[in-house]
Design a protein around this ligand. Structure first.
Ligand code: PDD
Length: 288
């Protein structure tokens, strides 16, 4: 964690940054968040992240404490004050702290905005070379997974199950046996006939910003991209698999539930898409 956080208009050292115990984010997970990557001191694809933030707020009828352009300024200030070259900026908006713990929306309460930075080597991650192992788990989440809510208990349990199973990510699976997405990433597979498959956006998954950019990059490379559901069995039989997220960009998946994907090493297409995504992110198109 880096030093300086933002809380409701003030910048302060993390150890001194505080929100009320009555904050509805703390009591009800009544809030939304965003995570954007920083590479070379610049926020990556941040327009898409802020558009998703605005949508999440609208869906939950939480007012934004600042216009999106001002939120982008806060994020840039967090990057600057922490002297961050590479890592993540975390941003959270909750419905605020009311005088009492009532479930319904409080009247006349200002929403809270918190932001902080996390330094992380994302472009040079060793996991990009080794690939990651995935464990599948039932998707225990609510029915509005398209909203980037701070209610992440199902994802916490999924990730912990993965870690305890010697894996780095969990892929959550719906009642029909189809993969929804990773605990904090989007799931992709490549078929033997070189078709890239990812689940269509719906209320069943978060519309990933990296997912969107990677699809465009793949299409530009002449790859066929198909949005449809895929089962765990299909994923295990895939030629390649990978995950995408702001925090990991594109990471090859080398095993699912202990079954090797392809020859058990990061696939060529996964590696290519990671390289092209980093190129896109670090040129003018992806930054900002
Ligand atoms: N998570 N699906 C889920 C459930 C996620 O939590 C995330 C991102 C994604 C990928 O979205 P994007 O490409 O826009 O980052 C998909 C962030 C990184 C997190 O919670 O830390």
């Amino acid at each position: 964690m880096s030093e300086i956080a933002y809380v409701n208009g003030n910048y302060a050292p993390i150890a001194e940054a505080r929100v009320s115990i009555l904050d509805r984010g703390f009591l009800f997970a009544d809030g939304v968040y965003e995570v954007a990557a920083v590479i070379g001191g610049r926020l990556i694809d941040n327009g898409a992240h802020l558009a998703r933030l605005e949508r999440s707020l609208r869906e939950l009828r939480i007012d934004s404490p600042l216009p999106m352009a001002r939120i982008a300024d806060v994020e840039a200030e967090i990057v600057a004050r922490n002297g961050m070259d590479e890592g993540l900026v975390y941003l959270q908006i909750t419905r605020g702290a009311a005088a009492d713990r009532d479930f319904g929306f409080p009247a006349d309460v200002a929403p809270s905005l918190v932001a902080f930075a996390q330094k992380k080597n994302i472009t040079g991650s060793p996991a990009a070379e080794t690939g990651v192992k995935v464990l599948t788990v039932p998707d225990l989440r609510w029915a509005r997974r398209d909203i980037k809510s701070t209610a992440l208990l199902a994802q916490v349990l999924a990730k912990q199950a993965a870690v305890e199973g010697g894996c780095q990510e969990a892929w959550m699976v719906d009642q029909d046996g189809f993969v929804t997405e990773g605990s904090s990433s989007t799931a992709f597979i490549l078929t033997e006939t070189n078709v890239l498959i990812t689940r269509p956006n719906s209320t069943a998954i978060l519309p990933g910003c990296t997912r969107n950019a990677v699809q465009l990059i793949a299409k530009r490379q002449g790859l066929d991209v198909e949005e449809r559901r895929f089962s765990v069995a299909e994923a295990c039989a895939a030629k390649e698999a990978f995950l995408t997220s702001a925090s990991n960009l594109v990471l090859p998946v080398v095993s699912i539930d202990g079954r090797r994907i392809g020859d058990g090493a990061p696939g060529d297409t996964s590696r290519l898409l990671r390289r092209l995504y980093i190129e896109w992110a670090t040129n003018a198109a992806g930054a900002g």
